[in-house]
Design a binder for this molecule. Sequence first.
Ligand code: ADP
Ligand code: MG
Length: 309
Amino acid sequence: MKPIQSELKAWMDKNENFKTNYTRIKNEILSDPSVKAFLRDHPELTDHDIEKNLMRLYEYKSQSKQCDRCASFGECQNLMQGYSPVLSMDKNEIRLSYEKCHSRIQVEEQEAQQKLFQSLYMPKEILEAKMSEVIQDKSRISAIGEIISFLEEAKSGLPKKGLYLHGSFGIGKTYLLGAIANELKKRNYSTTLIYMPEFVREIKGSFKDDSFNEKIDFFKKADVLMLDDIGAELQSAWFRDEVLGSVLQYRMMEGLPVFFSSNFDLNELEKELASTRNGVEEVKAGRIIERIKQVSSVVKMSGKNRRDE
Ligand code: ADP
Ligand code: MG
C-alpha cells in the first residue's frame, strides 16, 4: 500500500479544484498572525512538517486565544468552554494543547468565594445582607461596636470568640449574622450559618447513615459557625449533649469562633437547655452554657421589631 500522503498528492494533482481550495486554506492558515508567530519561533520546522500538522494549525487558528474573541465566559466560542489553545514543540512534533483561559480562572475563583458563605435554609435577604446597610441606631450600637472589632481583628487572623446576640424577635439579629458572614467572605473565611431547628432536623435525619459524622465534622470545622435562633428546639438531650455539646467542645479546643442569635439571654437559655424530655438536667445545661461563653462574647440587642415595617 502506498503511503497515504503520496496517494493524496497524486489524487490532488488530478483534481485541480481541490488543489486550489487546499492551497487557499493553507495560505489562510499560514498567514494567520498567531500561526505566523509560532512558525517564526520555530524555524526548524520544514515545509513537510508544516504540511503534516496543518490540521492542528488550523484548529489553533480557529480558536479564540485567552478570550481575544469572546465578550465573556458565557459567550466563549471555543471547542472546550473556557480553554484556550497553546502550540508547543514536542521533539519534532507540533503539539496542540489547551489551558484554562483568564475568564475561566476568574469564574472559578468567584465560585470558590461564593462557597465561603454556606448557609442552610436562609432567606435571600439574609444571604445578601450588608454591613454597610445596617442602620446604626442606639439600639444596635454595642452590637455593631463588637462586630467592627471582630472584623478588625479578623484582618490578622480569625478571633477565637464570636458573639452571642440576644434580644427580642424581629430586631435584626439574623440580618446582622448574614452581614458579618458577607464581610468574612471578603477576607476568605468560610462561614456556615444555620437556623437551629433545621440543624436539629438535618442531624437527626442523617443519624445512623454514612453522612452523620461528615455533617458533624462540617459544623466542627467551618472557620466560622453561626447558629441562628438557638433556644426552644433543644428538647432532645441527645442532640444537646452529643451534637451541640461536641461541636462546641471541638471549636472551643481549636479556638474557632461561634456566633449565635437567640431570643433568650444565657440564663433563660440555660433553663431551656435543662428541660428536655428526660426531665430537668441542670448540670448538663450548665456545661453547654460554659462552652457558649468560651466561644462567644454576649451582646444584648434591643430595638423595634422590623418585621412590622
Ligand atoms: P431577628 O433575627 O432579630 O428576629 P431579623 O434579622 O430576621 O430579626 O430581621 C427582621 C426583619 O428586618 C427581616 O426581614 C430583615 O431582613 C430586616 N432587617 C433587619 N435588619 C435590617 C437592616 N439593618 N437593614 C435592612 N433590613 C433589616
Ligand atoms: Mg432571627
